[in-house]
Design a protein around this ligand. Structure first.
Ligand code: UT7
Length: 338
């Protein structure tokens, strides 16, 4: 009789922490005044309706993988981790350099992480937290020890620069984190993830895939750019972020009073204000940088996390909440003990 292979010995799950963070934004600044010269808009409208003052735009030849690799180097330095130690690279993006190879494979080449497995995660603006959850599962069950998670987007490459409803909102950038098991704090306590595919068409790019391939006719109709129903997206953003925050708090057994800092998706200051009011939390608890970077999609929450970490908004042992939503629809929230 053929001998069946013996299963791997069961090891108890281990806790998973973010041991370092990083970020990168392109040098070029696009201000609201610059946009006034491009479309029928004005600084006052943009600030009052969104809170955004300026955003960063990648230069010619600077791709999502370059932004991601720069953010990865920043996180590796912060964590004291060498490229060869990375077992898995996850890049959350909706603006990959190429459909394939994945952007994470491009990043692997750029940073020399030769021992890593690589794949991309597409959950739009929620992609970074989806990736944190994937990383946490792989590390908790001992498949991998060190995972590099990156949220990176070059939304300037898919924005319709003639559409004032959308072009004022977005920017380019990347944020990253390195996850490992670490003694001394619980780390990622829980992540709640949700989606609603019936609402996909309120925020989407219809073209470029097999449904509407890249042709001159399709490009002329702007199918290869981002389309958004702003008011509907706004409504769904508030509802879904609220739901995600409540679920993650419930799952972790914590309340808002336990939280040192909240890192929300950086889409619109009014969305964050609505969330703060519903959670009965003061705005001071929220880390906000959308005034400087606009909405950088999958990168937004990751850049904000890195900034908040570096300026010491929380310390080892503190509880923080990250909460996001994005196209799909997708939404997610993580409770982390730093
Ligand atoms: O990661 C997720 C990405 N998306 C979001 O988070 C977006 C969520 N939605 C929003 O943030 C808001 O809905 C917007 C900022 C996009 C728009 O704000 P709003 O208060 O919902 O404005 P609106 O769409 O109801 O438009 C009000 C007016 C309209 O003019 P009329 O029809 O009242 O004459 C728009 O045409 O503002 C006009 N408008 C603009 N005016 C000057 C729209 N965009 C602009 C603009 N500059 N850039």
């Amino acid at each position: 009789m053929k001998k069946s292979p013996s299963p791997k010995p069961q090891q108890p799950n281990r806790t998973v922490s973010i041991i370092g963070t990083g970020s990168y934004v392109p040098e070029r600044v696009l201000t609201n005044a610059d946009l006034e010269a491009m479309v029928d808009t004005n600084d006052q409208w943009i600030i009052e309706r969104t809170g955004i003052r300026e955003r960063r735009i990648a230069k010619e030849g600077e791709f999502t993988s370059h932004l991601a690799a720069a953010a990865a180097r920043s996180a590796m330095a912060n964590a004291g981790v060498a490229p060869e130690e990375i077992d898995l690279i996850l890049v959350a993006t909706i603006t990959p350099d190429t459909f394939f190879p994945s952007t994470s494979c491009h990043v692997q080449r750029l940073i020399g992480a030769k021992n890593a497995a690589c794949f991309d995660v597409n959950a739009a603006c929620s992609g970074f937290l989806y990736s944190v959850e994937i990383a946490q599962q792989f590390i908790a069950n001992h498949t991998y020890d060190t995972v590099l998670v990156i949220g990176a987007d070059k939304l300037s490459s898919i924005v319709n620069w003639h559409d004032r409803n959308t072009c004022v909102l977005f920017g380019d950038g990347a944020g990253s984190a390195i996850l490992r098991s670490r003694e001394g704090s619980h780390g990622v306590i829980t992540t709640f993830m949700g989606s609603d595919g019936t609402l996909g068409d309120i925020l989407h790019m219809p073209g470029g895939g097999c449904a509407l391939p890249v042709t001159k006719e399709n490009a002329d109709q702007h199918f290869n750019t981002l389309h958004m129903n702003g008011r509907e997206t706004y409504k769904q953003a508030v509802t879904s972020m609220m739901k995600a925050a409540q679920k993650a708090l419930e799952q972790s057994g914590l309340t808002t009073a336990d939280l040192k800092c909240i890192i929300p998706h950086q889409a619109n200051i009014r969305i964050i204000e609505a969330l703060a009011s519903r959670l009965h939390l003061p705005m001071e608890k929220f880390h906000i940088n959308l005034d400087r970077f606009g909405n950088t999609s999958a990168a937004a929450v990751a850049i904000a996390l890195d900034e908040a970490n570096r300026i010491g908004r929380f310390h080892r042992g503190d509880y923080i909440l990250l909460v996001v939503f994005g196209g799909g629809l997708t939404f997610a929230s993580s409770v982390i003990q730093w």
